[in-house]
Design a protein around this ligand. Structure first.
Ligand code: SF4
Length: 69
């Protein structure tokens, strides 16, 4: 099972990805939830499926900051 796979992701188990602008929540047909990092498509430093929880990340960009623009 990939580390990014969770059944009920929350900010505590997911870490920074939970409210990061670059994260995408993927839900499988069986109800498992994955966090996909969109930065992985353009920057090799980031894993497609980050090892959770992410406690520190150079690419982290809070969704709230985007709303304020
Ligand atoms: S940039 Fe970092 S915090 Fe944001 S989704 Fe990717 S791994 Fe998670």
């Amino acid at each position: 099972m990939p580390d990014a796979q969770q059944h009920k992701p929350d900010s505590q188990s997911t870490g920074l990805c939970a409210d990061c602008l670059h994260s995408r929540r993927i839900e499988s047909a069986r109800g498992s939830v994955f966090i996909l990092c969109n930065l992985s498509f353009t920057d090799a430093r980031f894993l497609k499926y980050p090892r959770l929880p992410i406690l520190s990340c150079e690419g982290y960009s809070p969704k709230e900051a985007d709303k304020l623009r």
